[in-house]
Design a protein around this ligand. Sequence first.
Ligand code: TYC
Length: 113
Amino acid sequence: MMTAPLMMSDKDDDESDASILVETRPKTKRPPLYKVLLLNDDYTPMEFVVHVLERFFGMNHAQAFEVMLTVHKKGVAVVGVFSHEIAETKVGQVMDFARRHQHPLQCTMEKED
Ligand code: TYC
């Protein structure tokens, strides 16, 4: 009686595993963080900016007033650092809120180094 030779693979086990990289420790790369920046302008009322900082960035009134003054004097300030998704949401919320109130307030995001 004749039986066909039993063939499982052309390569032996060592050869077919040759491209597998064995990690010595688990990858724990943190996602990049993004700074949310508030920009100064000549028209948005100071009280409106203070309200934005309280409402969307969880600042108390004193903190919000201080940060607003920093933007007013220096032209720009970081108002928070977030994941990409949260930063995009904050920027959108501020820009929508400013536009609905017809203020030219600008808010942007930038990747942290
Ligand atoms: N410069 C504005 C004013 O004098 C106030 C202001 C502060 C505007 C911060 C924007 O992000 C800003 N009314």
